[in-house]
Design a protein around this ligand. Structure first.
Ligand SMILES: Nc1ncnc2c1ncn2[C@@H]1O[C@H](COP(=O)(O)OP(=O)(O)OP(=O)(O)O)[C@@H](O)[C@H]1O
Length: 233
């Protein structure tokens, strides 16, 4: 579904991504792993068109995403939950979700969209008039995921969704991703540093080390040796 080929990225003179090759098969949950500062968020931002890549291809359903801007990528039904969530703290839950709706180009009614999101996250319905900034970290993450799901994505990209969240909500987010994948066929690309979470939720892994992909495979092939070499600090 998503295939990154020969991608290079620079921040000024600093070469961050080196000839990156990564595949996210349709229907999979793929975990993008690596220590801090290895380029995981940069790669996601390149996929979303938020950070320019120097060269290479990002093929999504046969089209090169590098030829379209960030807004056009949202219209292609790629949902993105950025690191740090980036919800609007002064706006209510409902207003945050409505903003996601304006990026849509099809005709699903706003009220139907809200009902769909509230059926996935009942807590957001109960608190719909509450401001984003007044929510707990876990509720904010649910809102960020809910906002990405407003687009009715076929590919959902999440950057460290469990960062700074209490364990019971982490478990709920894991359950949700598994459910969205199994029941709705949603393809998921997830940056995740927590090994137990990656092993429970992920089906495949890709490891980025100093801007280069060094290992990939079925999650059952994520050996202690690979973890020691590329993931532990
Ligand atoms: N806007 C920027 N300008 C310059 N350098 C940047 C910028 N954003 C990230 N970097 C650098 O690029 C490298 C890769 O950063 P990136 O955030 O992609 O890594 P990461 O693997 O996602 O790490 P983390 O898990 O800490 O978020 C790091 O050395 C970082 O300092």
């Amino acid at each position: 579904m998503l295939h990154v080929k020969g991608l290079n990225q620079f921040y000024g003179g600093s070469h961050t991504l080196w000839d990156v090759e990564m595949a996210v098969p349709r229907g999979s949950i793929t975990c993008l792993m690596g220590r801090n500062g290895m380029g995981k968020s940069t790669l996601l931002r390149c996929i979303m068109g938020l950070t320019p890549a120097a060269n290479g291809e990002i093929i999504f359903n046969g089209d090169d995403l590098r030829k379209s801007n960030a807004d056009a990528r949202a219209a292609l039904q790629i949902g993105y939950v950025p690191q740090g969530r980036e919800i609007f703290s002064q706006l209510t839950i409902e207003e945050n979700l409505r903003i996601g709706w304006y990026a849509r180009k099809d005709s699903e009614r706003m009220a139907d969209v809200l009902e769909r999101i509230y059926s996935i996250f009942p807590v957001l319905k109960q608190m719909s008039k509450r401001r984003g900034g007044d929510l707990s970290g876990g509720q904010q993450q649910q809102l960020a995921i809910g906002r990405a799901l407003v687009l009715n994505p076929t590919l959902l990209i999440l950057d460290e969704p469990c960062e700074g969240i209490q364990p019971n909500i982490v478990h709920e987010i894991g359950d949700l991703l598994i459910k969205l994948n199994r029941e709705l066929g949603l393809t998921v690309l997830l940056v995740e540093q927590k090994l137990p979470f990656a092993r429970r939720v992920g089906q495949r892994f890709e490891i980025l080390d100093k801007g280069r992909f060094v290992a990939k495979g079925d999650i059952s092939e994520l050996t202690d040796d690979l973890v020691r070499h590329h993931l532990t600090v």
